[in-house]
Design a protein around this ligand. Structure first.
Ligand code: FAD
Length: 476
């Protein structure tokens, strides 16, 4: 009988849980006796996925949806038998507003990410000035960049579409996904598809048209499906914690120790590792997966792998806070016909964006209430994320009164803080990943996974966590 192999995963966010799930599946398929333990410092599983059920409200404290375009989250939901729980964004609204010069402007129809694909709605929109529109159109004629390699989001967008497109659309819409600063965001690590479009089609607008044509052709060839139609963003009926809770159930709660911080990791003389937790537990492992934030993994490696730890420390994280508020609908003096609004940094306001959550997901609040989430902080204004609860709520209220003319007071408030919560893929990230991988290979049995490396979105975290899980079992 084969010896039982011991695997420890540090961190029960979606990356660590997806990794654990895959390890158990692989071990099962190979009939490999395996003892798996997941250690999580927080009292609950899920990491940044944090849903609060405060009847009659369902409040997302972190992410509130995932994209379908990257298939790994949907695939996992299906494997867990939860497809019936998926919810589309409401069809009663669509798109977003962008705040500019004291007004909210609807993002013109046909604007995909930052690329115009429909001429008339784009021409008619007052969001971008005429010189700005003409400059965006020049994308069709500007030659592609000669040099290979990385470029910042700001440099790329300014080069192809002009400064106004960067300030009013790309920075809040595209950069906002990472709560990042476009001046130092690595395009290669965040939106490589834009670079590819330029390389292949010579223009973003042409590249987007070609992509849409190819997608339409693929759709026509696909056999008719009985599956219900899905929107670009989807979620789960009771919030995203439904996914992490279901994963924890499938893995087996007894294998997951919450409220258990790993404070020491050592390599043993023989091939293997030893871990110590803050509450004095000691664990031995043949393989260890570090699935926490890069800086948290760095702390465990610094005493004996200082170079690897230094590389991990180089990945910056920014802080943000989400303030969720409930208002009576009658206090909102405007139509709620989008999912919310975003605020470009050039506007000099103190909030990044607001989502009208119960417009996007109507079942999350009673019909006569509006549940909304406002994002504060990020790379541009990290200090604002640190205001205390009272100050931050007052500040958000002042901004909302000014921007959407909200009256009345919120009926309920929830505040979710994410200090150093969002990794930043800054220029040099691809080279850093290569160096990290090279060092990881020198440490058999040690694996790194998580949002800090190859994708921050939930589908990427799931995919990368599962890939790490496959590698763990293959090497045991
Ligand atoms: C505010 C916000 C909104 C977002 N919105 C979206 C969205 O709408 N859609 C989307 O797809 N993505 C979104 N994201 C990104 C996505 O949610 C995260 O990138 C993803 O959930 C990260 O998962 P993870 O498992 O890699 O890391 P985490 O969720 O950070 O999990 C890591 C875990 O490791 C634990 N840990 C660390 N060190 C130790 C230790 N020494 N011992 C024990 N445990 C340890 C931590 O406590 C944590 O629970 C958002 C992120 C944030 C912060």
């Amino acid at each position: 009988m084969a010896k039982t192999r011991k695997v420890v995963i540090v961190g029960a966010g979606i990356s660590g849980l997806a990794c654990a799930y895959e390890i158990l599946q692989q071990a099962d398929q190979r009939q490999l006796p395996l003892e798996l333990t997941v250690l999580e410092k927080d009292p609950v599983v899920g990491g940044k996925i944090r849903t609060t059920y405060d009847d009659p409200y369902t409040v997302e404290g972190g992410p509130d949806c995932f994209i379908l375009e990257k298939p790994w989250a949907l695939a996992l939901v299906r494997e867990l038998g939860m497809e019936e729980e998926l919810v589309n964004t409401s069809s009663a609204a669509s798109g977003t507003y962008i705040y500019s010069r004291g007004r909210l402007h609807r993002l013109p129809d046909g604007l995909i990410m930052m690329i115009p694909t429909k001429i008339l709605p784009f021409a008619a929109s007052p969001l971008i000035s005429w010189p700005g529109k003409i400059r965006m159109g020049l994308d069709l004629f500007i030659p592609r960049r000669r040099e290979d390699g990385d470029e910042s989001l700001a440099s790329f967008v300014t080069r192809r579409l002009g400064r106004e497109a960067l300030d009013k659309i790309a920075e809040p819409l595209v950069g906002g996904i990472h709560a990042g600063n476009p001046d130092n965001m690595s395009l290669l690590s965040t939106f490589p598809r834009f670079l590819e479009m330029e390389r292949q089609a010579g223009s973003l607008i042409r590249g987007m048209f070609q992509r849409q044509k190819a997608m339409a052709a693929a759709r026509r060839q696909r056999p008719p499906s009985s599956a219900p139609p899905r929107t670009f963003f989807i979620s789960l009926r009771r919030g995203l914690a439904q996914l992490t809770e279901a994963l924890a159930e499938r893995i087996g709660r007894e294998k997951i120790l919450t409220g258990t911080e790993v404070v020491e990791l050592k390599k043993t003389v023989r091939s293997g590792y030893r871990l110590r937790t803050a509450d004095g537990r000691r664990l031995a492992a043949d393989a260890v997966v570090l699935a926490g934030e890069a800086f948290a993994s760095a702390r465990l490696l610094a005493p004996w792998q200082p170079e690897l730890a230094a590389l991990l420390e180089e990945i910056p994280y920014v802080s943000s806070t989400i303030v969720s508020l409930v208002f009576a609908r009658r206090d909102i003096p405007r139509p709620l016909d989008t999912y919310g609004f975003i605020v470009p940094r050039v506007e000099g306001r103190r909030i990044m964006a607001t989502t009208w959550s119960s417009v996007k997901w109507p079942h999350r609040a009673p019909a006569d209430k509006l549940l909304m989430r406002t994002f504060v902080g990020g790379a541009q204004q990290p200090h604002l994320a640190e205001l205390d609860d009272r100050e931050i709520t007052l500040m958000v209220l002042e901004e909302l009164r000014d921007i959407i003319g909200i009256t009345g007071s919120p009926e309920q408030v929830w505040i979710n803080r994410w200090p150093r919560g969002m990794p930043q893929y800054i220029l040099g990230h691809p080279r850093r990943l290569e160096q990290l991988e090279a060092r990881e290979k020198q440490l058999p049995g040690l694996y790194l996974t998580g949002a800090g490396y190859r994708g921050i979105g939930i589908p990427d975290c799931i995919n990368n966590g599962r890939q790490a899980g496959k590698k763990v079992v293959a090497a045991l």
